[in-house]
Design a binder for this molecule. Structure first.
Ligand SMILES: [Zn+2]
Length: 180
């Protein structure tokens, strides 16, 4: 069974059938939750590697329509001295040239900023799986309004990782999100 086919379902259709005991509270079939969580683990590993390097702990990965990993990366503002190297951007660049982004999934530990939300829309990435949006609420509502399928996992570990980081390095965090 090719489970990735289910990802192509219309967002409203998925919600319509929610709450039958075989789906999570957000209305996604449980096997999609499992697949999303497996993808998130890759992004979390990137975030933790970034933290170990003294960087900002945000990780991401791009998966193909068949579920194959195309690229992975992490925020490298500190490591590379490059404020444009966000986790999603790094994963996107690591994936190289793709003929089409239809059916691909970007997974990220944190709600995507406007810059990365723009990247998702520019290249027509179909889905975004998000670890958490408690510590930062980026552009995922805007993406959803424009037809991008959003899966917000509200992962407690992702939120704790960011909360700890922001508490320890507030100036670096505000630099990253563009606050004065
Ligand atoms: Zn970003």
């Amino acid at each position: 069974m090719d489970r990735t086919q289910d990802w192509g379902q219309d967002r409203d259709e998925v919600r319509l059938h929610g709450g039958d005991g075989h789906r999570d509270p957000a209305g996604h079939p449980l096997h999609l939750q499992e697949q999303a969580r497996a993808m998130l683990a890759t992004a979390v590993a990137e975030a933790r590697a970034g933290l170990a390097e003294g960087g900002i702990p945000i990780g991401a990965a791009l998966y193909g329509p068949d579920g194959a990993l195309l690229g992975r990366g992490r925020n490298r503002r500190v490591q590379d001295g490059d404020p444009s190297m966000h986790a999603e951007t790094a994963a996107f660049r690591a994936a190289g040239r793709q003929h089409s982004y239809r059916g691909t999934t970007m997974v990220t530990t944190l709600s995507p900023c406007w810059y990365c939300s723009g990247l998702v829309r520019q290249f027509g990435i179909s889905r975004v799986v998000i670890g958490e949006a408690r510590t930062f609420h980026g552009g995922h509502d805007w993406l959803a309004r424009h037809g991008v399928r959003i899966v917000l996992l509200d992962d407690a570990d992702c939120a704790a990782m960011m909360r700890d980081f922001i508490g320890a390095y507030p100036a670096l965090w505000h630099e990253d999100i563009g606050d004065e």
